[in-house]
Design a protein around this ligand. Structure first.
Ligand code: SF4
Length: 215
């Protein structure tokens, strides 16, 4: 089956999306706020997370508050993001790890980031690119997984393997920028379950692998 050329794919998508960044709200003077917002964004929209963190980061202004305050209070505060029992435990443990092991600072390496509670490669890649400008991999979320398969950039299904495929196809300095372009492209056009192919600027070159219905 014909698949899309990575170079043409990047050129085309790069003409439409420039300087895409993470749309979660965070405070540059408290970089842990981005880390916690990304943990909260699992199975939740950025919009909902931003609504929740507007209040959360006022009521829990520093890492100490996440440790000292009762877990029930934290659960209530983050409940609208879903999975709040597990997310509360992760945030509390992560706050403790940051204070005890990293002097209250968000670490800047993949190895240290994934040692934190609630943090996997996807979250670590968001942090490394958005806070430190480092390209260590792709932010393979549900959007990037879906798009990579539809346009033929990966035949794999797991985020780990898709990430490895993408890392081989694109130069390292583009990993962070392309990740955020693709996430926005997935929200705008290549949606689940039905993509808007008729309006998509890739429609003439996309093989639409696995797409049964489109608008
Ligand atoms: S043509 Fe359709 S399936 Fe292909 S990238 Fe565009 S929206 Fe996705």
């Amino acid at each position: 089956m014909k698949v899309i050329s990575p170079a043409i794919f990047y050129q085309t998508i790069g003409n439409h999306y420039k300087n895409e960044i993470c749309h979660l709200n965070w405070d540059k003077n408290r970089t842990w706020t981005l880390l916690f917002a990304v943990i909260l964004s699992a199975q939740c929209t950025d919009k909902k997370v931003n609504e929740v963190t507007t209040h959360l980061f006022l009521d829990f202004p520093d890492l100490e508050h996440f440790i000292i305050k009762p877990i029930e209070e934290l659960e209530q505060a983050i409940k609208p993001t879903g999975f709040y029992h597990n997310k509360s435990k992760s945030l509390k443990k992560c706050a403790k790890q940051l204070l005890l092991t990293f002097e209250g600072k968000v670490p800047d390496t993949m190895e240290n980031l994934i040692s934190l509670s609630g943090v996997g490669r996807k979250t670590a890649n968001v942090i490394l690119w958005n806070i430190f400008g480092k390209n260590e991999g792709f932010v393979v979320d549900t959007h990037i997984s879906r798009i990579s398969q539809r346009v033929g950039l990966s035949k794999n299904k797991t985020p780990e393997k898709i990430e490895q495929d993408l890392m081989k196809l694109f130069p390292k300095p583009l990993w962070g920028p392309i990740s955020h372009m693709l996430i926005q492209f997935g929200r705008d056009f290549c949606k689940a379950p039905i993509p808007i192919c008729s309006k998509c600027f890739l429609k003439k070159i996309c093989p639409k692998i696995g797409v049964r219905k489109w608008k």
